[in-house]
Design a protein around this ligand. Sequence first.
Ligand code: PLP
Length: 420
Amino acid sequence: MQRVAQRLPSCNTFRFAACTAPRRAKSGTWMEGKLAQDTELVHAGVTPDASSGAILTPLFLSTTFTQESVAKYLAKGYSYSRTNNPTVTALEKKVAALEGGVGAACFGTGMAATTSVIGGVMQAGDHCVITDCSYGGTNRACREYWSRFGMEFTFCDFRDLDVIRKAIRPNTKLIFSETPANPVLTLCDLDEISKIAKEHGAYHVSDATFATPVMLRPLDHGCDMVIQSLTKYYEGHNMMTGGAVISATQELADKMKWVQNVNGNIVNPFCAFIVAQTSKTMALRVRQQSATAMKMATWLEAHPKVTKVVYPGLASFPQKQLADKYHRDGLHGGMLWFDIVGGSPAGTKLMDTIERPWSLCENLGATESIITACAVMTHANMLKEDRLKVGITDGFIRVSCGIEDTDDLIKALDRALAGI
Ligand code: PLP
């Protein structure tokens, strides 16, 4: 008698029931049924190599692929690595499976993913409604780069659905959200924004880099596309840069692969190989980083020198209901920010004096805990007035929790705060 796993609808655990079905399986074939995300994280897209049995999809460092004959051009699916490469294909399949998409295109950076969406779905004369708080590079790409080609952008507060509705124009082609937003952590009501987009025949793309598919999958909330900077939680070890666009339809998936081929901004196979492996532990890391962030935020909130702490897990978080609706399994991620007594100069001093294990630098979502001065680093390319309007002051302290011991991190923060 064979035993098969049955998914309990209400929880993440499995119950095993007697099964009378004849046993046809053999080693190397996949069992039937839907797999949980933790299993997909390890296995999606990866197939042991047929010729050697190597458990990982090999790293194909090959520019071109020989063809058996002119008539059989592309019979094996590959011709040239700017277009497609087997290692990159494995990663694209993995990312698409994790995000619940029809297909994914993986790029050399997160910004390449963002600009490929904008350049892919918009043309001269089209309009985009975009959040006024996003990664600084996204803001710059719209304001300084794409607007040169006759595209129009309205930046507005995505916490307010009426503001989004009012910003829509007859030529609105794209609604661009980011949730949680870098760095202020405002959240978007994705279901409602997707409805607005559909009502007006526009696409809704959401940058969910801070959320990761472990916490939130925007395609489950009506979005047409998702952007991920793979540089962050997906890769998670500060080893590479990469980006992904995951699409809800075959038409959009094909368009993104076409844009990738035209622009030549595909992720290189070496980086694809790295992220295909390190992303396997993304859920473990995000759970640990979320637990650390919650403990740290709670500790900071009680500290006499701290005037404000923002973390979606705190009861004081202004959009707590949205956080609980959209973030799965009570996970709110590894990102938080705080203000201290003495304002911007004190914030800058804290970042200048924080000791290891903290690192003062850009990037986030890695195993290393990172403290970032957004005003001069990640968001320096926003206009100063736009930056201040959304609350990114000169001494804004952004924290990305790593996977070090939480108490060591808090001890170092305590020592830095004592010196203020
Ligand atoms: N989206 C978000 C939310 C980001 O934080 C970043 C980078 O910090 C990007 C996109 C761009 O990613 P990359 O640095 O890989 O180009």
